[in-house]
Design a protein around this ligand. Structure first.
Ligand SMILES: [Zn+2]
Length: 76
């Protein structure tokens, strides 16, 4: 049985796609970490956007008086 060869998504090198390759479809742990890091940071940006919008809407509904912060500073 021959394991199929796949191109490492990070560096394009051909690597074995088999249980023997712990980093498949990557060629090495380093390539896997590099790709995962890029993917994770990209996803983090996308995921962080909607909550920010929701908080903004909540603030507008609550109508928190903006003079709370200045008052706190004056008390100092
Ligand atoms: Zn690679």
């Amino acid at each position: 049985m021959t394991a199929p060869l796949v191109e490492c998504p990070a560096c394009g090198r051909r690597t074995e796609f088999s249980p023997r390759n712990a980093w498949r479809p990557f060629c090495s742990q380093r390539c896997k970490m590099v790709d995962f890091g890029a993917w994770a940071s990209e996803r983090y940006v996308v995921a962080a956007d909607p909550p920010e919008d929701g908080q903004d809407g909540q603030n507008a509904q609550t109508g928190d008086p903006p003079d709370v912060a200045p008052e706190d500073q004056r008390a100092r």
